[in-house]
Design a protein around this ligand. Sequence first.
Ligand SMILES: NC(=O)c1ccc[n+]([C@@H]2O[C@H](COP(=O)([O-])OP(=O)(O)OC[C@H]3O[C@@H](n4cnc5c(N)ncnc54)[C@H](O)[C@@H]3O)[C@@H](O)[C@H]2O)c1
Length: 431
Amino acid sequence: MKLCIIGSGYVGLVTGACFAEVGHHVICVDNNQKKIDMLLAGQIPIYEPGLEELVTRNVAAKRLMFTTSIEEGVAHGEVVFIAVPTPPQADGSVDLSYIEAVAREIAGVLKEYRVIVDKSTVPVKTGEKVAETIRRYNKTGCEFDVVSNPEFLREGCAVPDLMKPDRIVIGSNNDRAVSLMKKVYEPFMAPILVTDINSAELIKHAANSFLALKISYINAVAAICEASGADVEKVADGIGMDRRIGRNFLNAGLGYGGSCFPKDIAAFISISRQLGVPFTLLEEVERINASALEHFLVKVREALWVLRDKKIAVWGLAFKPDTDDIRCSVAMDLVVQLLKEGAYVSVYDPKGMEKAKELGTLKKATFAASPLEAAQDAEALIIATEWEEFANVDLAALKKTMHTPLLFDGRNLLHPDIAREAGFTYVSVGR
Ligand SMILES: NC(=O)c1ccc[n+]([C@@H]2O[C@H](COP(=O)([O-])OP(=O)(O)OC[C@H]3O[C@@H](n4cnc5c(N)ncnc54)[C@H](O)[C@@H]3O)[C@@H](O)[C@H]2O)c1
C-alpha cells in the first residue's frame, strides 16, 4: 500500500521504516528541514536499535522516502498517519496545536478519499475534532475518514515492538476505513482490536496510566521494604509470579520519566477532571513518583553529608536504556539537583550525551568518555539508568579508580552481595 506518515520522530520514523520493511511504500513527512536533510543524506536523527539498518535497506529498495511537503505526502498515501508531538501544558492538559495544525494542512491539500489516522497519543474525543477541522478547512468537499490507531512501542525496543506488536487497536466508526487499516497491518500478523474512536483513544491513556501505577506501586512497597528490612526484589518476584499480576513494571527505582508516562498520566488526570469524573488514584501515582528521586537523594546526602564541592559520578542520562532520549529523564533531574547543591558532577551515558549537551542544562557537569573515566576520583557513584554496559562493569577496576567506593544504585541494577564483596558500600532502592 502507499502510506504517508506526518511527523518523523521516535514514533513516525520507526513506524514508517517498519511499514516499508513489510512491503508498503511509505513517505515520511516532517516540517523540520534539518531532520529531513539528515534522512535524505542517509543519517538517522535518533538512536534506536536496528533502525539504521531498516531505514538504509528500505530507502535503497525505494520503499521509504522523506519530504517536508505534506501535500506530496497526502497525494502519495491512501492512508495518512499523524505522529506529531502532543506535549503537556502547564496544567497537565495536552497541547493539541500540532495535531490541529496538521489537520488543517491536510484539509488544504486533500483531493481524493484518504484515511486520516491519529497515531499520536491524544485525549478522548480528539478524533471528532480532527474530523471537524478537516471538514471545515477542506474546500473540495472530498470524502475522508478519521481513525484512531494509538501506538504502544517502547523506545529502546521500538523496532521489535512494531514488527511484533501485542495488539493493534483500530478505532473507527466506518467499515471502509477499518478494512484499509486491516490491510495496512495484515503483514504483521498481530491480534487486531477494532473499537469506536473514543474507546481507542482512551485505551492508550488507560494503558500507560496502569503501567505507571505499577511502577509507583512497587516504589511505595520499596519504601515499606526499606523501613522493615525486607527486599523489594524478592517481594516483586513473589507478586509477579502471580499470572494475574505479572513481573513486568514492578522494578523499584527512581521512578518513571520519559516523554510519555509523565505527560500521559497528567493528561489522563486532566481529561478525567474535564469530564467531571476525577481519577484521584492517578494523582497519588504522580505524587509517589515525584517523591522517589527526593527519597533517594536523602540517602545520598546522609552518606556524603554536604554535597558542595564533592565529586559525584552519574552513570546514565537517558530516561531508560537503549535510547538517546533524555526528555523528562529522572537521571537528568538528578544531575541538575546535584549541580544545584554544588557537587562536581561527572556524567556518562552510552547514547544520551549529545542530546544532553545540546539541551544545555548540564553545562556545569563534565561529560566523560567512559563509565570508568566518569568515576575517576569520585567520592560516590550513582547509577541512574540501567544500561547493560553498567551491569557488566569491572567492579575491581571501578573501585580502584574511585576516591571512595560508595555506590548508589538507583535502578537496582547490581546484585548487592556482588557489589559488597567487591568492597563497595552499596545503597540501592528497597533492599
Ligand atoms: N516516543 C514514544 O515512545 C511514544 C510511544 C507511543 C506514542 N507516542 C506518541 O506519539 C506522538 C509523537 O511522539 P514522538 O516521540 O515520536 O515525538 P517526536 O518529537 O520524536 O516526533 C514528532 C515529529 O513531528 C514533527 N512535526 C511537528 N509538527 C509537524 C508538522 N506540522 N508537520 C510535520 N511534522 C511535524 C517534529 O518535527 C518531530 O520530528 C506523541 O503523541 C507521543 O505521545 C510516543
